[in-house]
Ligand binder design. Structure first.
Ligand code: H2B
Length: 97
């Protein structure tokens, strides 16, 4: 099983991934995004889905029209791991296209 992040690594997230919010309890990070319309949101989701499959690490997420909510955690490790950070960066890259 992959190790969960240390408290120093979790503290660094505020600077490292400023668009993400640490969930109370520290087991996950969340980000909410809003797009111009459904099609733009879904194009973003397609890009993230491809990254997630490549990384073999998958988001908990939902979509309502132009809004997408994403929660990242590593289920196997019951908390945040480096894999969540890598996927969060892929999400941020897809969002800035
Ligand atoms: N995604 C997430 N977010 N957490 C996991 O623990 C996880 C995953 N495990 N994607 C992966 C798939 C695992 O089930 C496969 C077999 O590698």
């Amino acid at each position: 099983m992959r190790p969960t992040l240390s408290s120093a690594e979790i503290d660094a997230l505020a600077y490292d991934l400023p668009q993400w919010t640490l969930e109370p309890g520290g087991l996950a990070i969340t980000r909410h995004l809003e797009f111009k319309d459904f099609k733009t949101a879904f194009t973003f989701m397609t890009e993230v889905a491809e990254a997630a499959d490549r990384l073999d690490h998958h988001p908990e997420w939902s979509n309502v029209y132009n809004r997408v909510s994403i929660r990242l955690t590593t289920h196997d490790s019951k908390g945040l791991t480096a894999r969540d950070i890598v996927l969060a960066r892929a999400v941020d890259a897809a969002a800035s296209d």
